[in-house]
Design a protein around this ligand. Structure first.
Ligand code: ADP
Length: 421
């Protein structure tokens, strides 16, 4: 293990892992801090926490536990990954976690950079842009948990930490690694411990990556990870094609979809209109105590020999609203998640070995029901969604798709991509 990463949420962890794999690193993502060390060839590990919006004290404790596990695994460099919209409040958690990791590592300087130009997140003069507008005009000012009302990241981070926050401007980033390192030195001499870094293109991230070769701790969104694998390439001859290799797995194929996002609605329609076998789960029948899980499995299992099956609760906003009015949004969510997780469990018990799950929360519930602790990250199906393989004696291929990701033909394309048999 060369690079040890701590991500503050699950889909963000996959996004980071995906960027490292694209750079030629062999990556495993763990769900929480594993009890044992991993076996097998791996260059980078991403520990996925759920620490973005929990109390700062808990986020610090979980991040330190992850750090300790990564250190024991032999990692040389560490990466704290947060959202590319810098989701946080004055109470945390980016500042407190960064401070705690720096203290634990005895490290006196780091960066903070959520830039991910491919996803339209850029930092210029210390201000974060989402698309063409400042962060605080992007809709993020209305976020229910982490409203971002200021786009100036130096100010935002300074409110969360006792450490002095500074800035590396675009003029230095554009000049390359030496200029960036020189700026780090000046900032350090002025007592700065965390530097917000400007970046507006992938080339900027590659230049920045070079300058981070000997930095013990990097804090960033997933974008900065694009520039890091080049630093390890010499020693380990990383090769992208090897990095995406997953174990050969044969078995039935299935899709479980609990996402009601626009993209997923389109994907479900596309699958059905191309003669895909599909079963719609009815949340109201579920709430009435009807045996919907058993019914779905009784429908699905005999059909597995004929091709992939889709079980979905995916519905358009009007239908979802009607269900939520009857059951309450949170209760409806948990009920459907639990049912889909049981269905996924039943499908795997019936011999499914390639499973697509649509929905971030739904994926969390499914992974938990399947008892999966770690995933090896494979080739990307669509940006941000790779095939993965569970680690263990009988690997399962999984594609965990958060709501709005993927093209309309995502389900068909994922199976066409030819992982597994
Ligand atoms: P996304 O990634 O699109 O946000 P999630 O799985 O994270 O998808 O969230 C979708 C939520 O909606 C889940 O809690 C799920 O259980 C719930 N849900 C799914 N289908 C329905 C439905 N038909 N009516 C109400 N809620 C639903």
């Amino acid at each position: 293990m060369l690079l040890g990463c701590i991500a503050d949420d699950f889909t963000g962890a996959t996004d980071l892992a995906n960027n490292l794999v694209r750079g030629g690193m062999r990556v495993v993502q763990t769900i929480g801090v594993p009890k044992k060390q991993l076996s097998g060839e791996v260059d980078a590990v991403v520990v996925a926490l759920k620490s973005r919006t929990i109390p700062a004290r808990d986020a610090v404790a979980q991040s330190l536990a992850a750090l300790e596990w990564l250190r024991q695994g032999g990692c040389r460099q560490f990466y704290f990954k947060y959202c590319s919209t810098f989701d946080s409040t004055p109470a945390g958690n980016i500042g407190p976690v960064t401070e705690a990791l720096m203290n634990a590592l005895g490290c006196d300087f780091t960066i903070a950079c959520p830039a991910f130009p491919e996803n339209a997140r850029t930092v210029f003069k210390g201000y974060l842009f989402a698309g063409d507008v400042l962060l605080n005009e992007s809709g993020m000012q209305h976020h229910p948990l982490t409203p971002m009302t200021d786009a100036n990241l130096v100010r935002v981070l300074q409110a969360q930490t006792r450490f002095k926050v500074g800035h590396v401007g675009y003029e230095d980033v554009a000049r390359g690694p030496d200029a960036i390192r020189a700026r780090f030195k000046t900032l350090k001499a002025n007592g700065v411990k965390i530097a917000i870094v400007d970046a507006i293109s992938n080339e900027d991230l590659m230049r920045l990556g070079r300058a981070l070769g000997d930095m013990t701790l990097v804090t960033a969104g997933s974008g900065v990870a694009i520039g890091l694998p080049q630093n390890f390439a010499g020693a380990n001859q990383l090769r992208a094609e090897e990095a995406t290799e997953l174990p050969a797995v044969s078995g039935y194929r299935a899709i479980v979809s609990g996402s009601c996002s626009f993209a997923t609605n389109t994907q479900v329609l596309d699958y059905i209109s191309n003669n895909g076998q599909a079963y719609a789960l009815d949340p109201l029948r579920l709430a009435a105590g009807e045996p919907e899980v058993a019914r779905a499995l009784a429908w699905a299992v005999p059909r597995l020999t004929q091709g992939p099956v889709l079980v979905y609760s995916t519905a358009d906003p009007e239908k979802v609203q009607a269900v939520q009015q009857r059951l309450g949004a949170s209760d409806a969510g948990h009920l459907v998640e639990a049912a889909l997780a049981s269905i996924a469990r039943g499908l795997v018990d019936a011999g499914v070995r390639q499973l697509i799950v649509a929905g971030g929360e739904t994926s969390g519930a499914v992974v938990q029901a399947l008892g999966i602790e770690a995933l090896r990250i494979g080739a990307q199906i669509d940006p941000g969604v790779p095939w993965t393989a569970s680690i263990g004696s009988e690997p399962l291929l999984l594609a965990l798709k958060s709501g709005n990701f993927g093209t309309p033909d995502f389900f068909r394309k994922a199976f066409r991509q030819g992982v597994g048999r």
